[in-house]
Write a protein that binds this ligand. Structure first.
Ligand code: HSE
Length: 441
């Protein structure tokens, strides 16, 4: 049977993994796809690397444009990354009538609306399973497996680097900077880890999941993003004493207020009860918890990065495209799960309007009346305290830490309370504020 021809842009870690897995599992994949899937052309600036990986089984070139314009290529796999040349090549491939498979979360989160519109116009598919949580088939689950549900919320550990760092900080009681340096030395963190540790990578993935969960356009610029670089190891310890673990979560939630829907879109370190399965996802692993109205909570766990786990997702897309490319475009699964003309402009809630629970750590003078002053400010801002611990001051120490967990409160009220608390003369440093999610309904 005539193979479907794939042009591969970028044969680095994931590209190499894709090439090798396709070759190793060729007969199994062909039985599933109905015809062979062959990477016939590879573009990479590093021709020597391309030669080593392909071993004469594909034409290699350093001219990516020659791949996206090649009339013999049916599907273009984009594994270059970033939003520059990758965007131009993806749009060129679409305009040349090619289907596209990409692992590029940054590209889809920031230019996805433009790319899907171009693909719809041309009647081609853009598949992106590998863009979110690597080998976990979360796109397939959200777009197809859970299609009966009104999705209520998603909470995901969708960045392996930060989960590895947080796990090490908790296990070894070490500060962030020490663990990051170790992670870089061991190759768990990039030389420039900014996108990972500042939460940007997670925000890209969250943007994509929110779009397909709620049927809204990609809105990366509306995500509230906080990373883990300023997280103090002491808060991991206090959280543990209170029965919680701290994870960098991407959270998107549908909320209804005064009869109108809004969507929360936020990435930040989050306290979650230690007894939850997702709280026990350690090291570089990823996990996504999805709450649907019919199915309830479902949890997806696996490797979020790496050559073969990500190749697993890329090849799943190649098989999907191979099966569906002769179908009428209107009979295919829509890119964003909802029909393109049924996307909604449900507003993204500003962070000030988000309601959640809070962890507050205050460094205060150990003297009478301090707690009364603080609780008065919280009460005035409608913030109710659920639990509290005070560290026993050391011998001769005049300062101590107070840690409070609040009931559900609104972010803007907490902002206002923190400003007032920090202005009290007995409060000795900035208030540490973390958010807390029970993840139970
Ligand atoms: N850098 C990402 C992570 C993997 O650490 O999870 C690719 O998205």
């Amino acid at each position: 049977m005539k193979p479907i021809n794939v042009g591969l842009l970028g044969i680095g870690t994931v590209g190499g993994g894709t090439f090798n897995v396709l070759l190793r599992n060729e007969s199994e994949i062909t039985r599933r796809a109905g015809r062979p899937i062959r990477i016939s052309k590879v573009a990479d600036k590093n021709l020597e690397l391309a030669r080593q990986v392909t071993q004469g089984r594909a034409v290699i070139t350093d001219d990516a444009t020659s791949v996206v314009t090649d009339p013999d290529i049916d599907i273009v796999v984009e594994l270059i990354g970033g939003c520059g040349i990758a965007r131009e090549l993806v749009l060129a491939a679409i305009n040349n009538g090619k289907h596209v498979v990409t692992a590029n979360k940054a590209l889809l989160a920031t230019h996805g609306n433009e790319i899907f519109a171009a693909a719809q116009k041309k009647g081609v598919m853009v598949a992106f399973e590998a863009a979110v949580a690597g080998g976990i088939p979360i796109i397939k689950a959200l777009r197809e497996g859970l299609t009966a549900n009104r999705i209520q919320w998603i909470a995901g550990i969708i960045n392996g680097t930060t989960n590895f760092i947080l796990s090490e900080m908790r296990d070894k009681g070490l500060p962030f900077a020490t663990v990051l340096a170790d992670a870089q030395r061991l190759g768990y963190a990039e030389a420039d880890p900014t996108f990972d540790i500042e939460g940007v990578d997670a925000a890209h993935k969250l943007t994509i999941m929110a779009a397909i969960a709620f049927g809204i356009p990609m809105q990366f610029d509306k995500v509230h993003v906080e990373g883990i670089a300023r997280l103090d190891a002491i808060d991991i310890k206090y959280a543990e004493q209170l029965g919680y673990r701290i994870k960098l979560l991407g959270i998107t939630k549908r909320v209804s207020r005064n009869g109108a829907d809004g969507i929360e879109l936020r990435v930040h370190p989050t306290l979650i009860p230690s007894r939850r399965l997702i709280a026990n996802v350690e090291g570089a692993m990823n996990a996504v918890l999805v709450q649907g109205d019919a199915v309830g909570a479902t949890l997806y766990y696996g490797k979020g990065a790496g050559a073969e786990p990500t190749a697993s997702a890329v090849i799943a897309d190649l098989v999907d495209v191979t099966r569906m490319h002769t179908a009428d475009p209107e009979h295919r699964v829509p890119h964003l799960a909802f029909q393109p003309d049924a996307l909604m402009d449900t507003p993204i809630l500003p962070m000030a309007e988000v309601e959640t629970r809070y962890y507050l750590r205050l460094s205060v003078s150990d003297q009478p009346g301090v707690l009364a002053d603080i609780t008065r400010i919280l009460a005035d801002q409608h913030i109710s305290i659920d639990a509290m611990i005070q560290r026993e001051p050391g011998e001769g120490e005049e300062q101590t830490d107070i840690i409070m967990l609040t009931h559900l409160s609104r972010e803007k009220h907490v902002d206002a309370a923190i400003l007032l608390i920090e202005a009290l003369p007995v409060v000795k440093s900035r208030v540490t504020r973390l958010r807390l999610e029970e993840l139970d309904k």
